[in-house]
Ligand binder design. Structure first.
Ligand code: NAP
Length: 284
């Protein structure tokens, strides 16, 4: 019998705590945490993500600023807006929604954000802190996964953890967080030879590749914990993960569904990072 890890429930509990912390700040005459989100262009998925972030901010009682820029925005314009937000005391967190249009370099733009306001934890300073295990902003999706594991009493220490995918936003920071929790970590990718033989070793299998229902039961060890980061559409245009949930779940001890698993935790961690930044900025 397996347990479905309920990301919606854990997320709702954490968001209530964030809401209460915001109320307490206002009662003490401290400003509400402020998050600015910049979106360039009309990418439909990005528009949805930004709307969700804005709604989450408002529900938490945060100050929210969404800056929508046209597709042809020049780098200089974007950097000057980031400069203005870097100096704005009402803003504790700045997020640039990725991907950017092709003529803009994400590295240059992210490097321009004040690392103390980089609540996505993509700035090289924050990536370095993650690597070193220093205190700082948590990378939103991987940290959300750590929160889920903790909520379900799953201790990574001494466990064999396999991460499928090595992106800068999920796979690599995920591997680091698991390593800091004393898991034995293997990172796999598209050039890994005989992937199933590696994934079958995993006590904790974390999959972030962006391929619908890619992980099948033959790739999973009996009793494994399976965390599915993927967000894809299946042949019926239904949202699904990188794991074939129906087929794999009976083999697992714990598994995250898609939707309702990892997804809700990402924005929750973003809110937590913004609250953390606001606390620092008001000397708390
Ligand atoms: P990405 O940047 O496209 O990286 C995909 C990774 O998967 C790459 O490292 C790639 O290997 C690896 N990969 C691709 N095909 C593979 C295969 N057949 N076998 C083994 N590895 C393979 O993706 P991402 O940004 O990490 O996102 C991954 C998925 O998570 C997507 O579905 C995305 O929508 C979802 N996501 C969800 C959230 C959330 O909040 N729930 C957040 C972020 C991402 P190479 O490096 O060798 O190319």
């Amino acid at each position: 019998m397996y347990t479905i890890i309920d990301g919606k429930k854990v997320s709702a509990e954490r968001r209530l705590a964030i809401q209460n912390a915001t109320k307490e700040r206002l009662e003490k005459n401290l400003p509400a945490p402020g998050l600015a989100v910049i979106i360039v262009g009309e990418d439909p998925a990005s528009q949805v993500y930004v709307r969700n972030k804005e709604k989450a901010c408002l529900d938490a009682g945060f100050h929210s600023e969404v800056i929508r820029l046209p597709e042809n925005t020049e780098e200089e314009t974007l950097l000057s807006i980031i400069d203005r937000l870097n100096r704005d005391d009402a803003i504790d967190g700045i997020l640039v929604q990725l991907p950017l249009p092709k003529h803009l370099k994400a590295d240059t733009v992210i490097a321009h954000i004040d690392p103390n306001k980089d609540v996505d934890a993509f700035h090289t300073v924050n990536v370095g802190k993650i690597m070193l295990g220093e205190k700082g902003f948590a990378p939103c999706t991987p940290a959300g996964i750590m929160t889920l594991l903790e909520a379900y009493g799953i201790d990574p220490s001494g466990k064999e953890c396999v991460v499928v995918g090595r992106s800068n936003i999920v796979g690599k920071p995920m591997a680091m967080l698991m390593l800091h929790k004393n898991a034995t970590v293997t990172v796999t990718h598209s050039r890994t030879v005989d992937l199933p033989s590696v994934t079958r070793r995993a006590d904790i299998l974390i999959v972030a590749i962006g391929k619908a229902k890619f992980i099948t039961p033959d790739m999973v060890k009996e009793g494994a914990v399976v965390i599915d980061v993927g967000m894809n559409r299946d042949e019926n245009n239904k949202l699904c993960g990188d794991v074939d949930f129906e087929a794999v779940a009976p083999k697992t001890s714990f598994i995250t569904p898609v939707p309702g698993g990892v997804g809700p935790m990402t924005i929750t961690t973003l809110l937590e990072n913004t609250l953390l930044s606001a606390r620092k900025n008001s000397g708390q």
